[in-house]
Design a protein around this ligand. Structure first.
Ligand SMILES: Cc1cc2nc3c(=O)[nH]c(=O)nc-3n(C[C@H](O)[C@H](O)[C@H](O)COP(=O)(O)OP(=O)(O)OC[C@H]3O[C@@H](n4cnc5c(N)ncnc54)[C@H](O)[C@@H]3O)c2cc1C
Length: 407
């Protein structure tokens, strides 16, 4: 049964995140964006609220909420600015949920618990300078040395790449399979910043998400014990796809926040700006833009709620997450662009937030599967060329154990 009503706990969580954004991000975001300044204390403040483990079960240090709650948090954060939602996407969606689902008990205790508590920050290293959509084009590799693995490679465009403590690192462990591009030769390792041979840096000159950290990292003969392999040898590609499905859900939910923010900014402006002696909200073509933002918000939010529901129930959700991500991100770009037009020339300046929304939301059309990749995937599902896989993880029911937010 699909419920459209949020629970009291979810409403309290939403309110907590809204207040957090109003107090800790909104007053500073214009300056951070202008100066491309990343404030690392935001991570600790999010950790204090329990957000960095929001849907991780309490047993592993999390707040015990469900997937719908994770989506609500992402929507609220990106309503304010994309960089804050990106933190949730990489730390929770792409990394911690994969540890929860694929990790051994020992890995969960060592890595998941401090991540869910927000003591350690985490991210996801799949993309390389020459391999983004083409995952099997990656060049990173690992070689066995007794009970250890020696890791080498470069990862690029990594959110929190110059900040995080823990990384999921994907690389080839079977060079013969690499030659024939067989993804069952890829494995996943848990890597720590403190390991000898690890180095990282920050990328500069980004169009948007300028208040966030996007970086690169490099591993040169980094030695990890075999216990740091996540999943089995050769399961790296499967883990990456699992992670991306969760990540896509967070990106989609965040994009609904951009549509809502664009709509709200447009309504506020249209109700004050006067042209020819009347408010521009009286003009039909301005109304049309606002109506389209409203429709896009409602439709994409439903796609997100459906995805969250499927995930809560442990039902296959890869197709739904892809559809939500594809549609929410392209509609967020459309909404932000229309919001600039509603604002006229003012929308073209950073006196108003809408130009930031447009710069920020463009990246989401690219990462976690480009618009093109999702278009092709949806066509393949529709044509029966691609099948949904069984869901791997079911969270325990959160209602019984979710921590109380907003108190
Ligand atoms: C701000 C930001 C943050 C990011 N954070 C992370 C992160 O934390 N971790 C991480 O691992 N990665 C991250 N990425 C990387 C992101 O996932 C990749 O950029 C994305 O997968 C696209 O890969 P690419 O840039 O190599 O583009 P390419 O794969 O080179 O694609 C270029 C163009 O070709 C098209 N194309 C490629 N293949 C096909 C095909 N088979 N069929 C049709 N069209 C195709 C694409 O749609 C695109 O239009 C981030 C990127 C950005 C911009």
């Amino acid at each position: 049964m699909i419920e459209f009503e949020l629970t009291e706990e979810q409403i309290a969580l939403q309110q907590t995140v809204r207040e957090f954004c109003q107090n800790e991000i909104a007053p500073y975001i214009k300056e951070w964006d202008e100066k491309a300044h990343f404030d690392p204390t935001i991570l600790d403040k999010m950790a204090d609220l329990g957000l960095l483990g929001v849907c991780i079960p309490e047993q592993y240090g999390g707040a015990g909420f469900d997937y719908v709650s994770l989506g609500l948090v992402c929507e609220e954060l990106e309503y304010c600015d994309t960089f804050a939602r990106v933190i949730m996407s990489v730390h929770v969606g792409l990394n911690s949920m994969s540890l929860y689902s694929w990790g051994t008990e020992e890995q969960k205790q060592k890595y998941l618990v401090p991540q869910a508590q927000g003591i350690k920050k985490a991210t996801f290293g799949l993309t390389e300078p020459n391999a983004g959509s083409d995952v099997v084009g990656m060049r990173s590799y690992a070689k066995r040395d007794g009970d250890d693995w020696i890791l080498n490679g470069e990862k690029m465009w990594i959110s929190l790449g110059d900040v995080a403590d823990n990384f999921l690192f994907f690389c080839w462990t079977d060079q013969e399979k690499q030659k024939v591009r067989d993804h069952t030769g890829i494995s996943c390792f848990i890597v720590e910043r403190s390991m000898p041979g690890f180095s990282s840096g920050t990328l500069h000159g980004k169009l948007g998400i300028r208040a966030g950290n996007t970086g690169y990292f490099s591993l040169q003969d980094v030695r990890v014990p075999k216990e740091n392999m996540l999943g089995n040898e050769g399961e790296g590609f499967k883990i990456a796809m699992f992670s991306l499905e969760n990540g896509r859900y967070t990106v989609a939910s965040g994009a609904t926040g951009v549509i809502r923010a664009s709509r709200d900014a447009s309504i506020a402006y249209a109700n004050t700006r006067e042209v020819q002696g009347q408010k521009i909200s009286n003009f039909q073509l301005v109304k049309q833009k606002i109506a389209e933002m409203e429709a896009d918000y409602e439709m994409t939010r439903l796609l997100c709620l459906k995805t969250g529901y499927l995930k809560n129930e442990g039902l296959p959700s890869a197709k739904a997450a892809s559809l939500a991500k594809w549609q929410a991100t392209i509609r967020s770009e459309k909404a932000a662009s229309m919001a600039i037009e509603v604002h006229g020339a003012n929308g073209y300046t950073n006196d108003y937030p809408v130009e930031r929304y447009l710069r920020n939301c463009k990246a989401a059309v690219i990462y976690e599967g480009t618009r093109d990749i999702h278009t092709l995937m949806q066509a393949d599902w529709a044509l029966g060329l691609k099948r949904e896989k069984q869901a791997r993880v079911i969270l325990p029911p959160y209602q019984q154990n979710a921590k109380s937010f907003g108190s």
